[in-house]
Write a protein that binds this ligand. Structure first.
Ligand SMILES: [Zn+2]
Length: 190
């Protein structure tokens, strides 16, 4: 039969994590080799075993619970995590409720570009159309919702994989006749 000892008696330098070897609180005092690390301790599972005298120790479950980590709430002041200007990020959020995370995921950029409808150069939200790794089209949306695009750009759907998924969901929910209309609506919903 194994004897048991209190897990709290284990003395280890440094962090009480992972696997450590140390002296045994039961037998080491009475051994010739007092400093022999005969006790193996698995801190993550809360188990220890002495390879000299055979004692065992289990950490009580209640003690694991009391060690639950406490996380501090991060500073939630507004910060711009995109490559876009603060002004544009705030504008897009206030107008369309599009988050910075989405802007980053969709690779939205901003650029000065001539908008024919306004007959002047202005700052635009830019949708970059990629086919694989290649940029094949760019569409510019002005703050006044005018659209223009680069000359000779390839007409492909924006962020294809995602859009196809959205369209498929919509097709399932709507009659066939509206599919084309839905694709264009997905396009303008960004
Ligand atoms: Zn021992």
């Amino acid at each position: 039969m194994h004897e048991f000892f209190n897990f709290d008696l284990i003395q280890v330098r440094g962090n009480h994590t992972g696997f450590k070897k140390t002296t045994c609180p039961v037998c080491s005092e009475n051994r010739k080799k007092k400093k022999d690390p005969c006790l193996a301790v698995w801190f993550d599972t809360g188990f220890a075993k002495c390879y000299n005298c055979g004692v065992l120790s289990f950490k009580e479950e209640s003690k694991f619970k009391s060690e639950k980590k406490h996380y501090t709430v991060l500073d939630n002041k507004w910060k711009n995590y995109t490559n876009l200007s603060d002004k544009l990020v705030k504008f897009i959020w206030s107008e369309r409720m599009i988050s910075q995370n989405t802007l980053n995921q969709f690779g939205i950029t901003e650029e000065m570009q001539y908008q024919p409808a306004q007959q002047k150069e202005m700052n635009n939200i830019v949708f970059n159309y990629f086919e694989g790794e290649n940029l094949v089209n760019k569409k510019y949306r002005s703050p006044k919702k005018d659209f223009t695009q680069v000359k000779g750009g390839k007409p492909i759907l924006y962020n294809c994989a995602l859009r196809i998924a959205v369209v498929v969901i919509r097709v399932r929910l709507t009659p066939n006749a509206i599919v084309t209309a839905n694709i264009s609506r997905v396009e303008t919903n960004i």
